[in-house]
Design a protein around this ligand. Sequence first.
Ligand code: ZN
Ligand code: ZN
Length: 266
Amino acid sequence: MHWNTVLITAVALFAIITARYFAIAGFFYWALWKRAGNLLRARKLTDIVPPAKLVRSEMRWSVVASAIYAVPGAIVLEAWKNGGTAIYMDIGEYGWPWYFASVPAYLFIHDTYFYWTHRMMHHPKIFPVMHKVHHESRQPTPWAGFSFHPTESMLGAVILPILVFIIPIHVSAILFILVLMTIVSVTNHSGYEILPDSWLRGIVGRNWISAAHHNLHHQTYTCNYALYFRFWDKIMGTDRLETEYEFLRVPADGLVAAGRNSGSTR
Ligand SMILES: [Zn+2]
Ligand SMILES: [Zn+2]
């Protein structure tokens, strides 16, 4: 591998990752905060108005994070060009079942890594160094999606590049995961819930993390550590959602019906 090629690729990737962040975060900031959520029929989660200074700081840290993400990304890209990764081009190589299974497999492994490294960063000795920057956004905005201290960005940046050397994944599946990851990071920090209440009360909201779930992490610090799924939070007893929001509580006369449908009254 030629290291000056890696450097040039890293600079190009930095430009692409930054542009992707500004496009996605900019869209949601405009659609939610500038249009008061009406455009996406979103529900505002708190009345806290983040100061402009905080928004600027979220942007700055996110640009730094984009530069850090670009480095392992460039190493992967160069290794891939030389045929040294498990990223493949021909779906037939592993078949359609693996093509569709590889995405949830990647998301679950990433989610597991995120949950446990995130819990580690809440250790009182580690928090002030690695994770305080991210929690300066008591009420985050879409710009907080990548707002991490460089040490936290590095910890987060290595997992997908390691996985693509080990677990086969089609090039379109990994690109899909990268875009999904950016959208999820941005929308979960947006301060507005964009999923309809019926989804939140149903199978999607019971398992998938959205803004209402992650907003509680920023407000309380003691719950909801995961990235994509509520699985680890539920297993480890750190999950909170339904009891915290009026709009998610099942109405008293709906308890019996809900219990019959889901097998529990939770
Ligand atoms: Zn966060
Ligand atoms: Zn945290």
